[in-house]
Design a protein around this ligand. Structure first.
Ligand SMILES: *Cc1c(COP(=O)(O)O)cnc(C)c1O
Length: 463
């Protein structure tokens, strides 16, 4: 199939895009003046644009296309399900086979007794469900004052009013009157950026104990839950020190605080286990999943709920649900995605082949003069750009170096994202060793070009 001829000329698409399409998380006027890159197709780990350029997609779309592009099985399953039953809800004393099959499969895969599933259309919606569910849980147990949810600065939990309030992104809170009441944010376990001279272990414990301090400040009787990503994704792949999660678990247990693991990125193999909670030894009461659940082929998300919490919620009416909760086509596609992950041993591939290989190659980038830290876990990683490796100093014009590097990546056929001056990757889980070689070689070349640019623009003299 021709990749270009079935589309309008690029300039026409860009003009219409500028005229009518509002982009998420984007300076509208800037993209409209420049013209958006038009992505037209994908196969495996590679994307193509309307000009015929190819890119190694080291972000798996937006942390989601875990089985890679172009898996026709998912399209076939969707077509079959659409023909048989394109839609029905489960509000009115009804159910349907795809939703039952997917809920059952998720209960099997999930650790512990997370045996119950409430579906949503996106990670944001699922986290909104969590806000309502944990507050309703405590109210049902006669503790209506236990409603504060503690989260973390620089966390990402979505973009709806509720989920953005859970998140700790200050630029998001600055718009639209967020956060909503009864959400509080503690410091994150970001050792490279905030750990100073402490060892990672010491710093991990210290940041975990911020949770205890916050519970004591608020009063145990006021706190419903703690929510966190096992590894912060959008926050810039912040991998907590080994001491962090065990201490968090101890504190949640001690004060009877529900633990919500937001596994929207970490779930389904990203860290080398089915769930990030397994990688870090966490026992969540509630888990949020989305993105990798369908490898991004169709929108679907879910809240996985423990026996104990489900018992209470099921005790009465839970006045909550979405038109597309448990959408049959989305459930069928997600099931097929999980079948592929399982039968093709994708999670094992991350744990035993791709993850260890990426770790070796990725960490070799730490010798670059621009790189202050090269970290990764499973198949997610970050490079901290710095103007001074010894002091970990950033740049006077924060975020500019990251953008320059990101643009060099694109020009060199690599999609890597910049969060401020941190470059991040989260490639498809099906990456082979040769793909990782290409990824790292292109990343190094982009770093070299960025370094030369920054020297020319006197970035290093300004700090
Ligand atoms: C992407 C993301 C979300 C939000 O999911 P959407 O489908 O974009 O609503 C929530 N939590 C985490 C950790 C995410 O990465």
């Amino acid at each position: 199939m021709n990749k270009i001829d079935n589309h309008m000329p690029t300039a026409e698409i860009q003009a219409l895009d500028a005229a009518h399409h509002m982009h998420p998380f984007t300076k509208g006027n800037e993209i409209n003046a420049k013209g958006a890159r038009v992505i037209t197709s994908g196969t495996g780990v590679t994307l193509s644009d309307s000009e015929g350029n190819e890119y190694l997609d080291a972000m798996a779309g937006l942390w989601c296309v875990n089985i890679g592009y172009g898996r026709k099985e998912l399209a076939d399953v969707a077509a079959r399900q659409m023909a048989q039953l394109p839609y029905y809800n489960t509000f009115f004393q009804t159910t349907h086979p795809p939703v039952v099959a997917l809920a059952t499969r998720l209960a099997q895969l999930a650790p512990g007794d997370l045996n119950h599933v409430f579906f949503a259309g996106s990670g944001s919606e699922a986290n909104d469900t969590n806000i309502r569910m944990v507050r309703h849980y405590w109210a049902s147990l006669g503790k209506p004052d236990k409603k504060v949810i503690i989260s973390r600065k620089n966390a990402y939990h979505g973009s709806t009013v509720g989920s953005a309030s859970l998140g700790g992104m200050t630029p998001m809170h600055a718009q639209g009157g967020l956060p909503i009441p009864d959400i509080s944010h503690i410091d994150q376990p970001y050792w490279y950026g905030e750990g100073g001279g402490k060892s990672p272990e010491e710093f991990g414990l210290e940041r975990a104990r911020c949770l205890e301090a916050e519970i004591l400040r608020l009063g145990e009787g006021k706190v419903a839950a703690f929510i966190a990503e096992p590894v912060q994704g959008a926050g810039a792949v912040i991998i907590p020190p080994q001491t962090y999660w065990p201490e968090i678990q101890r504190i949640c247990d001690k004060y009877e605080i529900l633990l919500i693991a937001d596994e929207v990125i970490c779930g389904f193999g990203r860290t080398g286990n089915w769930f990030g909670s397994q990688t870090f030894g966490i026992r969540p009461d509630i888990m949020t999943v989305a993105k990798g659940l369908s490898s991004g082929y169709i929108p679907i998300a879910a809240t996985l709920v423990s026996d104990a919490v489900a018992d209470v919620i099921n005790g009465g009416d839970f006045n909550h649900g979405y038109t597309y909760s448990g959408h049959p086509v989305a459930c069928a596609v997600a099931l097929e995605n999980l079948r592929i992950l399982d039968e093709e041993g994708v999670v094992d591939h991350v744990a035993k082949v791709a993850g260890p290989y990426l770790a070796k190659k990725w960490k070799s980038l730490a010798d670059h003069p621009l790189v202050g830290d090269a970290r990764c876990i499973g198949l997610m990683g970050a490079l901290e750009l710095t103007s001074d490796k010894a002091t970990r100093a950033g740049f006077a014009d924060e975020g500019a170096a990251g953008q320059i590097c990101r643009d060099h990546c694109f020009d060199g056929g690599l999609i890597m994202r910049a969060t401020g001056d941190t470059m991040i990757i989260s490639p498809p889980l099906i990456m082979q060793e040769s793909d990782i070689d290409t990824l790292v070689a292109r990343a190094r070349s982009a770093l070299d070009k960025t370094y030369a640019d920054l020297k020319e623009r006197a970035f290093f003299n300004r700090v």
